[in-house]
Design a protein around this ligand. Structure first.
Ligand code: 2AM
Length: 180
């Protein structure tokens, strides 16, 4: 059964800039720069028939291209036990619009609604047992991190295969955002 998620792949120059942030926190596993993405909706494991319906439903999503800018870094988990480090995304009405269109298309199809509020981010590192002072220092050091805005003209349905060497993400279908 494929494990699916919908995401925006990031341009190469953006991934390279994010890759430069890697390092400095013991216990971290940095996401390989070619895998960095902005998740719009995690779908999870679905059987083949569902996958086709999901592909068709996503094909019916209409939204216009828009700009996003990555800014700031933060962590999730508690102060004592951070679980991951992310790069933030500046408020983008176009991004919120696309995400809610995708969410409603999938719910209309019969998927369980995503219970959590959409918190756009790019996961940079997953942590286990990282000293909280080092995580706090990383976040303070990159407090002013910001990349120039870039234009989003597509979104992608990915499959994720969990292997021993980490997750392998495969773009399955790319969907164009149309209009100006
Ligand atoms: P993340 O962006 O916060 O890391 C592929 O696995 C993507 O789907 C990851 O980028 C991850 O989000 C997200 N993801 C994985 N498992 C998830 C889950 N159980 N619930 C929500 N999102 C998940």
């Amino acid at each position: 059964m494929p494990r699916l998620f919908v995401a925006i792949p990031l341009p190469e120059d953006v991934r390279e800039r994010l890759g430069l942030l890697a390092g400095g926190v013991p216990g971290e596993r940095w996401v390989d720069s070619e895998k960095l993405h902005l998740t719009l909706r995690f779908v999870g494991e679905v059987d083949g028939g569902w996958a086709e319906d999901i592909m068709a439903a996503l094909g019916g999503v209409t939204a216009k291209p828009f700009e996003v800018a990555l800014a700031g870094v933060g962590h999730w988990g508690t102060r004592e036990r951070a679980t991951m480090i992310w790069a933030g995304v500046e408020k983008s009405p176009g991004l919120s619009h696309l995400q809610s269109k995708i969410e409603s298309a999938l719910v209309r199809l019969g998927l369980e609604p995503e219970g959590r509020k959409f918190s756009p981010h790019v996961t940079l590192a997953r942590l286990s047992g990282s000293p909280c002072a080092r995580v706090a220092k990383f976040i303070a050091d990159h407090n002013l991190f910001r990349l120039p805005p870039f234009r989003i003209e597509t979104f992608t349905l990915f499959s994720s295969f969990l292997s021993r060497g980490g997750a392998i993400y495969t773009p399955e279908v790319e969907y164009a955002l149309l209009g100006s």
